[in-house]
Ligand binder design. Structure first.
Ligand SMILES: [Zn+2]
Length: 99
């Protein structure tokens, strides 16, 4: 609402259009919610207000999110390796017992 860049925003509905708006958790959010998370008891003042949670601005951690896919892939690779290793180990144990 005030166009101030924030890393954390509150998602909420503030009017009859029921569109989700992102407002900063400061004065803007207070002006639409009355400072109460779900505007309980303030239905007369904010009849259209609906709380939609705290949201993190993705642009704030752009470089971090760019690295994420690679990290996930590496982790999955490791997990797959561990799984195949343990599978081989148990097979060997079984053959050792039978022989
Ligand atoms: Zn604001």
């Amino acid at each position: 609402m005030c166009s101030t860049p924030r890393s954390i925003l509150v998602r909420c509905q503030i009017d009859e259009t029921q569109k989700w708006h992102f407002v900063c958790p400061g004065s803007c959010w207070k002006s639409v919610s009355g400072g109460v998370e779900d505007a309980r008891g303030l239905e007369d003042e904010h009849p259209h207000y609906r709380y939609g949670g705290m949201w993190k601005d993705r642009s704030a951690d752009g470089p971090v999110s760019a690295k994420k896919p690679r990290k996930v892939k590496e982790k999955q690779k490791e997990e797959a390796l561990n799984r195949s290793k343990s599978g081989i180990d148990s097979d060997q144990e079984e053959t050792d017992k039978t022989s």
